[in-house]
Design a protein around this ligand. Sequence first.
Ligand SMILES: Nc1nc2c(ncn2[C@@H]2O[C@H](COP(=O)(O)OP(=O)(O)OP(=O)(O)O)[C@@H](O)[C@H]2O)c(=O)[nH]1
Ligand SMILES: [Mg+2]
Length: 327
Amino acid sequence: MPANLTPEYFKAEKWYKSASTNEEKILALERMLAVMPKHKGTDHLKADLRKKLSRLKDAGTQKKGGSHVDIFHVPKGGAGQIVLIGTPNCGKSSIVAALTNAKVNVADFPFATNGPVPGMVTFEDIQIELVDMPPITADYIAPGQVGTYRNCDLIAIVTDLSGDVIEQFGVCMDFLESRNLLIGTETPASDDQGNALAKEVFCICTKSDIAEDGALESLKQLCERPMEFIEISAGTGAGLEELPAKFFELLRIIRVYAKPPGKPADMTEPFTLPVGSTVMDLAIDIHRQLAEKLKSAKIWGTGVYDGQNVHRTHVLNDKDIIELHFS
Ligand SMILES: Nc1nc2c(ncn2[C@@H]2O[C@H](COP(=O)(O)OP(=O)(O)OP(=O)(O)O)[C@@H](O)[C@H]2O)c(=O)[nH]1
Ligand SMILES: [Mg+2]
């Protein structure tokens, strides 16, 4: 056993030993490799873990199609996917019920939800996907559940302001941290292949109608990382109206409308792109091969005059209208 292995490493090793699916084992091994101190003494162990990892990955690709369905794989829909995490009975399903048409199970007993349920939230002219999830506790998380968080765009921790917020928040943060899901910790945000592992996180504080005095303030004080806390009540509807705009802002996306030359822009179905995207990124999003033929672009929107010619590196803003010309 090499010296200098850290508590973080042992935590990941414990996760590996308790993992019940190959997919989760892979994630745990990746975590072990990511947090392993880098020095000569760990070379052997590193090689060993890499071997295990590649064997598991091979097993995954060789598996014949058929009976196994991963219920925690939620295909992405809409302009972005936000997945809820929280302890039992904290109010997750009630939020999805209030904002979407999804059929979720709201109940006054814990563990009422046993699989992911996606719903669509409307924000102005786009749809954002919100996924209800089974609860987690300090000791239990459904096998494979981590996969939904791994695949999403944004994670929302739900805390019940009428309960022990510090305990609930701690359980969620411990889970996310130990699975390498938090952006900005010392561990890398992506794996060896450059796949994103870590996610942005924010917190929805619900049941404000029956909140304990000072619950939200104590939670904000406790949280060491910059994080958005949004207070709502699914019971009375307080704060719910502002949530879709918040989701849009936190997903860090923009909407752009494509205008065919000589015709009005199609204002019904915007393209959605990450903040910071350029004219060229839009062209690639429309059609990769066509993008190579991009000759010029005209824009109507923020910081430009109407119909201004812009370069392919021009950074787009929300609600810009773009006319692309191809050669
Ligand atoms: N007063 C009040 N009650 C709420 C609010 N949101 C949810 N509840 C109640 O809290 C209980 C649990 O709500 P759910 O939405 O089912 O909680 P959950 O987090 O999905 O629970 P699990 O699926 O078991 O993890 C239900 O009895 C809800 O009616 C709220 O904003 N105010
Ligand atoms: Mg539920």
